[in-house]
Design a protein around this ligand. Structure first.
Ligand code: AMP
Length: 288
Protein backbone atom coordinates (compact mmCIF):
# COMPACT_ATOMS: atom_id res chain seq x y z
CA UNK A 1 0.00 0.00 0.00
CA UNK A 2 1.30 3.45 -0.89
CA UNK A 3 0.48 6.49 1.23
CA UNK A 4 0.74 9.83 -0.55
CA UNK A 5 -0.06 13.34 0.57
CA UNK A 6 0.34 15.61 -2.46
CA UNK A 7 -1.36 15.74 -5.85
CA UNK A 8 2.00 15.29 -7.57
CA UNK A 9 2.80 12.12 -5.61
CA UNK A 10 -0.70 10.83 -6.27
CA UNK A 11 -0.44 11.40 -10.02
CA UNK A 12 3.01 9.78 -10.11
CA UNK A 13 1.90 6.67 -8.29
CA UNK A 14 -1.23 6.31 -10.45
CA UNK A 15 0.49 7.00 -13.80
CA UNK A 16 1.49 3.36 -14.33
CA UNK A 17 -1.90 2.07 -13.15
CA UNK A 18 -4.21 3.68 -15.69
CA UNK A 19 -4.57 0.61 -17.94
CA UNK A 20 -6.95 -1.04 -15.45
CA UNK A 21 -9.97 0.37 -13.54
CA UNK A 22 -9.43 2.83 -10.71
CA UNK A 23 -12.00 3.01 -7.90
CA UNK A 24 -12.09 5.80 -5.34
CA UNK A 25 -13.61 5.83 -1.85
CA UNK A 26 -13.60 9.42 -0.55
CA UNK A 27 -13.67 9.71 3.26
CA UNK A 28 -12.84 12.07 6.09
CA UNK A 29 -11.19 9.23 8.02
CA UNK A 30 -11.95 7.83 11.49
CA UNK A 31 -12.86 4.77 9.49
CA UNK A 32 -15.60 2.45 10.76
CA UNK A 33 -17.46 -0.56 9.36
CA UNK A 34 -19.55 1.72 7.11
CA UNK A 35 -16.40 3.01 5.41
CA UNK A 36 -14.98 -0.51 5.32
CA UNK A 37 -18.09 -1.73 3.45
CA UNK A 38 -17.46 1.00 0.84
CA UNK A 39 -13.81 0.01 0.66
CA UNK A 40 -14.74 -3.68 0.16
CA UNK A 41 -17.08 -2.64 -2.65
CA UNK A 42 -14.31 -0.52 -4.14
CA UNK A 43 -11.91 -3.47 -4.02
CA UNK A 44 -14.45 -5.71 -5.75
CA UNK A 45 -15.22 -3.02 -8.36
CA UNK A 46 -11.59 -2.28 -9.22
CA UNK A 47 -10.86 -6.00 -9.45
CA UNK A 48 -7.52 -7.68 -8.85
CA UNK A 49 -5.82 -5.86 -11.70
CA UNK A 50 -7.34 -2.50 -10.85
CA UNK A 51 -6.44 0.11 -8.26
CA UNK A 52 -8.35 1.03 -5.13
CA UNK A 53 -7.71 4.54 -3.83
CA UNK A 54 -9.03 5.77 -0.48
CA UNK A 55 -8.82 9.47 0.28
CA UNK A 56 -8.72 10.65 3.88
CA UNK A 57 -9.24 14.38 4.15
CA UNK A 58 -11.16 16.40 6.71
CA UNK A 59 -12.32 19.03 4.24
CA UNK A 60 -12.52 22.41 5.99
CA UNK A 61 -14.70 23.84 3.18
CA UNK A 62 -17.69 21.69 4.13
CA UNK A 63 -17.78 22.51 7.85
CA UNK A 64 -20.19 25.22 8.92
CA UNK A 65 -19.31 24.96 12.63
CA UNK A 66 -15.77 25.57 13.90
CA UNK A 67 -16.30 23.29 16.89
CA UNK A 68 -17.26 20.38 14.63
CA UNK A 69 -14.15 20.82 12.45
CA UNK A 70 -11.82 21.18 15.44
CA UNK A 71 -13.17 18.10 17.21
CA UNK A 72 -13.51 15.88 14.16
CA UNK A 73 -11.55 12.68 15.04
CA UNK A 74 -8.31 12.10 13.11
CA UNK A 75 -6.87 8.67 14.08
CA UNK A 76 -4.67 8.46 10.96
CA UNK A 77 -2.41 5.62 12.10
CA UNK A 78 -5.34 3.31 12.85
CA UNK A 79 -7.01 4.34 9.57
CA UNK A 80 -3.89 3.36 7.61
CA UNK A 81 -3.81 -0.04 9.34
CA UNK A 82 -7.46 -0.61 8.43
CA UNK A 83 -6.82 0.39 4.82
CA UNK A 84 -3.84 -1.95 4.58
CA UNK A 85 -5.91 -4.84 5.96
CA UNK A 86 -8.75 -4.08 3.56
CA UNK A 87 -6.48 -4.36 0.52
CA UNK A 88 -6.33 -0.67 -0.39
CA UNK A 89 -3.61 0.14 -2.97
CA UNK A 90 -3.22 3.87 -2.44
CA UNK A 91 -4.21 6.15 0.44
CA UNK A 92 -4.32 9.84 -0.40
CA UNK A 93 -4.21 11.93 2.79
CA UNK A 94 -3.38 15.53 1.92
CA UNK A 95 -3.13 18.34 4.46
CA UNK A 96 -5.54 21.18 3.83
CA UNK A 97 -2.56 23.49 3.17
CA UNK A 98 -1.34 21.45 0.24
CA UNK A 99 -4.80 20.44 -1.00
CA UNK A 100 -6.17 23.95 -1.60
CA UNK A 101 -4.11 26.73 -3.08
CA UNK A 102 -3.87 29.70 -0.68
CA UNK A 103 -5.93 31.74 -3.18
CA UNK A 104 -8.34 28.95 -4.16
CA UNK A 105 -11.34 30.72 -5.69
CA UNK A 106 -13.44 28.28 -7.76
CA UNK A 107 -16.35 26.42 -6.15
CA UNK A 108 -19.02 24.04 -7.41
CA UNK A 109 -22.63 24.80 -6.40
CA UNK A 110 -25.73 22.69 -6.82
CA UNK A 111 -28.85 24.82 -6.70
CA UNK A 112 -31.93 22.60 -6.46
CA UNK A 113 -31.34 19.53 -4.32
CA UNK A 114 -29.47 21.55 -1.71
CA UNK A 115 -32.46 23.73 -0.76
CA UNK A 116 -33.63 21.30 1.94
CA UNK A 117 -32.23 19.04 4.71
CA UNK A 118 -28.50 19.58 5.40
CA UNK A 119 -28.30 22.09 2.53
CA UNK A 120 -30.76 24.34 4.36
CA UNK A 121 -29.39 23.80 7.87
CA UNK A 122 -25.67 23.94 7.01
CA UNK A 123 -25.04 26.98 4.77
CA UNK A 124 -22.23 26.40 2.27
CA UNK A 125 -21.85 22.73 3.22
CA UNK A 126 -22.62 21.26 -0.20
CA UNK A 127 -20.50 23.82 -2.06
CA UNK A 128 -17.65 22.44 0.04
CA UNK A 129 -18.65 18.84 -0.64
CA UNK A 130 -19.06 19.30 -4.41
CA UNK A 131 -15.81 21.22 -4.68
CA UNK A 132 -13.74 18.64 -2.79
CA UNK A 133 -15.36 15.66 -4.53
CA UNK A 134 -14.92 17.06 -8.03
CA UNK A 135 -11.31 17.96 -7.23
CA UNK A 136 -10.68 14.41 -5.94
CA UNK A 137 -12.33 12.89 -9.04
CA UNK A 138 -10.04 15.02 -11.22
CA UNK A 139 -6.91 14.27 -9.23
CA UNK A 140 -7.49 10.52 -9.06
CA UNK A 141 -9.02 10.17 -12.53
CA UNK A 142 -11.21 7.40 -11.14
CA UNK A 143 -13.52 5.24 -13.23
CA UNK A 144 -15.69 4.45 -10.19
CA UNK A 145 -16.46 6.15 -6.90
CA UNK A 146 -18.32 4.59 -3.99
CA UNK A 147 -20.66 6.59 -1.72
CA UNK A 148 -22.90 5.66 1.21
CA UNK A 149 -26.64 6.32 1.34
CA UNK A 150 -26.10 7.33 4.97
CA UNK A 151 -25.40 10.78 3.47
CA UNK A 152 -28.45 10.56 1.23
CA UNK A 153 -28.60 14.17 0.09
CA UNK A 154 -24.85 14.16 -0.55
CA UNK A 155 -25.23 11.15 -2.83
CA UNK A 156 -28.09 12.82 -4.76
CA UNK A 157 -26.14 16.06 -5.11
CA UNK A 158 -23.02 14.29 -6.37
CA UNK A 159 -25.10 12.26 -8.83
CA UNK A 160 -26.52 15.55 -10.11
CA UNK A 161 -23.07 17.16 -10.32
CA UNK A 162 -21.69 14.22 -12.30
CA UNK A 163 -24.68 14.29 -14.65
CA UNK A 164 -24.81 18.05 -15.16
CA UNK A 165 -21.05 18.53 -15.55
CA UNK A 166 -20.68 15.38 -17.73
CA UNK A 167 -18.06 13.77 -15.56
CA UNK A 168 -17.22 10.25 -16.78
CA UNK A 169 -17.01 8.67 -13.31
CA UNK A 170 -19.52 5.95 -12.46
CA UNK A 171 -21.04 6.29 -8.98
CA UNK A 172 -21.85 3.25 -6.87
CA UNK A 173 -24.22 3.79 -3.90
CA UNK A 174 -24.16 1.54 -0.84
CA UNK A 175 -26.76 1.01 1.92
CA UNK A 176 -26.22 2.38 5.40
CA UNK A 177 -24.33 0.11 7.80
CA UNK A 178 -25.76 0.13 11.34
CA UNK A 179 -24.87 -0.99 14.84
CA UNK A 180 -26.92 -3.90 16.22
CA UNK A 181 -29.24 -1.43 17.94
CA UNK A 182 -29.90 0.43 14.67
CA UNK A 183 -27.66 3.47 15.14
CA UNK A 184 -26.08 4.36 11.79
CA UNK A 185 -22.31 4.12 12.02
CA UNK A 186 -20.67 7.53 11.97
CA UNK A 187 -17.26 8.93 12.81
CA UNK A 188 -19.10 11.38 15.09
CA UNK A 189 -20.58 8.57 17.24
CA UNK A 190 -17.31 8.35 19.15
CA UNK A 191 -17.91 11.89 20.43
CA UNK A 192 -21.12 10.82 22.21
CA UNK A 193 -21.12 10.20 25.99
CA UNK A 194 -22.18 6.71 27.11
CA UNK A 195 -25.62 8.07 27.98
CA UNK A 196 -26.01 9.81 24.63
CA UNK A 197 -24.79 6.73 22.77
CA UNK A 198 -27.43 4.63 24.56
CA UNK A 199 -30.13 7.13 23.58
CA UNK A 200 -29.03 7.67 19.96
CA UNK A 201 -30.86 4.69 18.35
CA UNK A 202 -34.03 6.75 18.82
CA UNK A 203 -33.25 8.33 15.42
CA UNK A 204 -33.51 5.05 13.53
CA UNK A 205 -36.41 3.82 15.67
CA UNK A 206 -38.34 6.96 14.74
CA UNK A 207 -37.68 6.47 11.03
CA UNK A 208 -38.57 2.80 11.21
CA UNK A 209 -41.81 3.38 13.13
CA UNK A 210 -42.94 5.97 10.58
CA UNK A 211 -41.96 3.84 7.60
CA UNK A 212 -44.12 0.98 8.97
CA UNK A 213 -47.16 3.15 8.23
CA UNK A 214 -46.45 2.49 4.57
CA UNK A 215 -47.70 -1.07 5.02
CA UNK A 216 -51.17 0.36 5.81
CA UNK A 217 -51.23 2.43 2.61
CA UNK A 218 -50.96 5.68 4.58
CA UNK A 219 -50.49 8.65 2.25
CA UNK A 220 -50.55 11.62 4.62
CA UNK A 221 -47.16 13.32 4.92
CA UNK A 222 -48.16 14.75 8.31
CA UNK A 223 -49.00 11.32 9.71
CA UNK A 224 -45.56 9.98 8.81
CA UNK A 225 -43.87 13.04 10.29
CA UNK A 226 -45.99 12.98 13.46
CA UNK A 227 -45.22 9.33 14.07
CA UNK A 228 -41.48 9.92 13.68
CA UNK A 229 -41.61 13.07 15.79
CA UNK A 230 -43.39 11.30 18.65
CA UNK A 231 -40.53 8.76 18.85
CA UNK A 232 -37.91 11.51 18.67
CA UNK A 233 -39.58 13.53 21.40
CA UNK A 234 -40.37 10.69 23.81
CA UNK A 235 -38.38 11.47 27.00
CA UNK A 236 -35.21 12.70 25.29
CA UNK A 237 -32.02 13.73 27.07
CA UNK A 238 -32.03 17.46 27.87
CA UNK A 239 -29.23 18.12 25.37
CA UNK A 240 -31.11 16.35 22.54
CA UNK A 241 -32.48 18.70 19.88
CA UNK A 242 -34.04 17.96 16.50
CA UNK A 243 -32.35 19.94 13.72
CA UNK A 244 -34.76 18.78 10.99
CA UNK A 245 -37.21 16.02 10.24
CA UNK A 246 -38.41 15.98 6.63
CA UNK A 247 -40.16 13.65 4.22
CA UNK A 248 -39.20 14.28 0.59
CA UNK A 249 -39.46 12.56 -2.77
CA UNK A 250 -36.51 10.26 -3.38
CA UNK A 251 -36.07 11.45 -6.95
CA UNK A 252 -35.60 15.19 -6.48
CA UNK A 253 -35.87 15.89 -2.73
CA UNK A 254 -39.00 18.03 -3.03
CA UNK A 255 -41.98 17.98 -0.66
CA UNK A 256 -44.75 15.67 -1.94
CA UNK A 257 -48.40 16.52 -1.30
CA UNK A 258 -49.12 12.82 -0.77
CA UNK A 259 -46.88 9.88 0.01
CA UNK A 260 -47.65 7.93 -3.17
CA UNK A 261 -44.16 7.35 -4.57
CA UNK A 262 -40.68 6.48 -3.34
CA UNK A 263 -39.78 8.90 -0.57
CA UNK A 264 -37.02 9.49 1.93
CA UNK A 265 -37.61 10.34 5.57
CA UNK A 266 -34.56 12.16 6.87
CA UNK A 267 -33.57 13.38 10.30
CA UNK A 268 -30.75 15.41 11.81
CA UNK A 269 -30.39 15.94 15.55
CA UNK A 270 -27.93 17.29 18.06
CA UNK A 271 -26.64 15.71 21.24
CA UNK A 272 -25.03 18.85 22.60
CA UNK A 273 -22.42 19.78 20.00
CA UNK A 274 -22.55 16.42 18.21
CA UNK A 275 -24.83 16.35 15.18
CA UNK A 276 -26.09 13.02 13.84
CA UNK A 277 -28.05 12.32 10.64
CA UNK A 278 -30.01 9.33 9.41
CA UNK A 279 -32.57 8.52 6.73
CA UNK A 280 -34.80 5.78 5.42
CA UNK A 281 -36.17 5.31 1.90
CA UNK A 282 -39.53 3.65 1.39
CA UNK A 283 -42.24 3.32 -1.20
CA UNK A 284 -45.82 2.89 0.07
CA UNK A 285 -46.98 1.75 -3.38
CA UNK A 286 -44.72 -1.28 -3.00
CA UNK A 287 -45.15 -1.92 0.73
CA UNK A 288 -48.71 -3.27 0.79
P1 AMP B 1 -17.34 10.53 5.75
O1 AMP B 1 -16.03 10.00 6.17
O2 AMP B 1 -18.32 10.70 6.86
O3 AMP B 1 -17.23 11.74 4.85
O4 AMP B 1 -18.00 9.40 4.83
C1 AMP B 1 -17.31 8.88 3.73
C2 AMP B 1 -18.24 7.97 2.97
O5 AMP B 1 -18.68 6.91 3.83
C3 AMP B 1 -19.52 8.66 2.47
O6 AMP B 1 -19.85 8.18 1.18
C4 AMP B 1 -20.54 8.24 3.49
O7 AMP B 1 -21.87 8.24 3.00
C5 AMP B 1 -20.07 6.82 3.80
N1 AMP B 1 -20.60 6.37 5.08
C6 AMP B 1 -20.48 6.98 6.29
N2 AMP B 1 -21.13 6.29 7.25
C7 AMP B 1 -21.69 5.22 6.64
C8 AMP B 1 -22.50 4.12 7.07
N3 AMP B 1 -22.88 4.00 8.33
N4 AMP B 1 -22.90 3.22 6.14
C9 AMP B 1 -22.53 3.35 4.85
N5 AMP B 1 -21.75 4.34 4.37
C10 AMP B 1 -21.35 5.27 5.25
Amino acid sequence: MQVVSTELELRECLSSRRQAPIALVPTMGALHEGHLALIAKGRETAGEQGTLVVSIFVNPLQFDRKNDLEHYPRPLEQDLKNCEQAGVDVVFCPSSDNFYQPNHSVYVSENQLTKTLCGASRPGHFDGVCTVVLKLFNQVGCDYAIFGKKDYQQLKVIERMVRDLSHPVQLIPLDTIREDDGLALSSRNRRLSAEQRADAPRLYRALLAASHLATTGEQSVENYLNTARSFLEKAPLPEFKIDYLELLTATDLTAPSLVNQKVVLAVAAFYGEVRLIDNLEFDPTRAI
